[in-house]
Ligand binder design. Structure first.
Ligand code: AMP
Length: 424
């Protein structure tokens, strides 16, 4: 039995075929440059037997891309899928589930209709996700399609943490509130972190951890007793930490000021905060942390500033979340930067001694690619490096839905959590 995991972006489609029992990745691939006129499309697929192979492929839309991918997966010569019946279900990453979808959901016609409405909240992300779902429904009739939402793990955030202090009607009428993203990643690494803490005598229900997903997009979550109580991204993935090209937190009136000074349109402002800011905007060099670290090491002052702004923002959130949870047992680092950059982990932890954080510098320098504790024995707070695996989490969630005797209602009730006293 295999689970196909799909992640459809605006011009790309990433996929993994995962063995449901062993969680082994049988095949993985990427269809890129979908619908682009200036560059021709290609599909890169990797399997154990074929290694990595690339094919040129014209793909005007996600529907066509999925046709190509499906043909490749079921190609008799490739031997990946001999018959469609081997695919037990398809798990789709869907970015925004709003307040309606707070758990992985079997896709029905009603559900698709609801998802279409949700596109208003994520106009760049949800439409390609839906295109991927429709293509799979067409190509694999009868195979359950499950939507796994980036927002869902954050559904336990209490109202006082997800509300913005704007006129209340904007929440009720337009859904303006904090939702949070990268949920499958935070969920995956939090699960492993709680297992690691349990071995050190910290019970999951009493645990207080901060997960830091630091990649091109960056977000943090405060997780108490295994449930998220706050997260740094908001209505959209632009809020919170400094990212590759996104600004993160801003004085909202800056946008008004810039609109006046630049005579800028709404889409100009959108572009500035999402595509021209963050590490790229600060350094003027690159959105890639490797370039920033290298330039800073060679004495580039703006790259050094970008590094410090990036790490200072993370430290501020660690402090805020420790206060929100009434203490801290572990900081968890994951994603491209969190997993691979000793420099960033060291800078984040440097001034957190007062909280009980003591990083083992030797371990921090040498450890890579596995879940490991980077804190000194004497550290009150554990510093955990946990490689993320969003595809595996989506496959697990997909299996959970199809294994359940009763498939959950497509549109779950909104979870309202009573604020816990410690976080008040
Ligand atoms: P992701 O979105 O998780 O793929 O992460 C992408 C980010 O990880 C980019 O900013 C990369 O520069 C960064 N990254 C990957 N490897 C390293 C590394 N060895 N040191 C610092 N940053 C890295």
């Amino acid at each position: 039995m295999k689970i196909l995991v799909l992640n459809s972006g605006s011009s790309s489609l990433k996929y993994q075929l995962i063995d449901a029992e062993t969680e082994e990745v049988v095949a993985k691939g990427l269809a890129e440059c979908i619908g682009m006129t200036q560059r021709s499309g290609q599909i890169i697929q990797e399997t154990k037997s074929t290694g990595k192979i690339a094919f040129e492929a014209e793909m005007d839309c996600h529907d066509e891309a999925m046709d190509r991918v499906f043909a490749l997966l079921t190609d008799p010569e490739m031997g990946v899928v001999k018959q469609v019946g081997e695919i037990a279900a398809v798990g789709h990453r869907v970015v925004h589930g709003g307040e309606k979808f707070v758990q992985p959901t079997l896709i029905t016609d009603d559900c698709l209709e609801e998802l279409e409405k949700m596109s208003e909240l994520a106009p760049l992300h949800n439409p390609p996700n839906i295109d991927g779902i429709r293509a799979c429904l067409r190509l694999m009739p009868g195979v359950p399609q499950i939507a796994v939402f980036d927002t869902a793990f954050h559904a336990t955030i209490p109202d006082y943490a997800y509300m913005y202090a704007l006129p209340y009607d904007y929440y009720t009428e337009f859904g303006v509130r904090r939702y949070g993203f990268h949920g499958t990643s935070h969920q995956y690494v939090a699960g492993l972190a709680l297992e690691m803490l349990a071995k050190q005598g910290i019970a999951p229900e009493a645990s207080r951890i901060v997960t830091c997903h630091l990649g091109n997009g960056c977000s943090m979550a405060a997780i108490r007793g295994g449930r998220v109580i706050d997260t740094s991204m908001g209505l959209t993935p632009a809020e919170g930490l400094v990212m590759g090209t996104r600004s993160g937190d801003l004085d909202p009136a800056i946008l008004v000021y810039l609109a006046r000074r630049l005579d800028a349109s709404v889409s100009d402002i959108d572009r500035i905060i999402n595509k021209e800011s963050g590490l790229l905007g600060l350094s003027g060099l690159s959105s890639d942390m490797r370039d920033i670290e290298e330039a800073a090491a060679n004495g580039n002052a703006r790259a050094e500033l970008a590094l410090e702004v990036f790490c200072y923002r993370i430290r501020k959130y660690v402090g805020a979340y420790a206060a929100a949870m009434g203490g801290l047992d572990a900081i968890v680092f994951t994603a491209g930067i969190g997993e691979n950059s000793p420099v960033i982990r060291e800078r984040v932890c440097r001034d957190l001694g007062f909280l009980g954080v003591q990083l083992d510098e030797a371990k921090n320098e040498t450890e890579r690619g596995r879940a490991v504790d980077l804190a000194k024995e004497s550290s009150r707070v554990r510093v955990l490096l946990v490689p993320t695996n969003e595809e595996r989490m989506i496959a697990r969630e997909t299996m959970r839905v199809i294994a359940a005797a009763e498939v959950p209602s497509p549109c779950a009730e909104v979870v309202k959590i009573e604020p816990a006293s410690a976080a008040r």
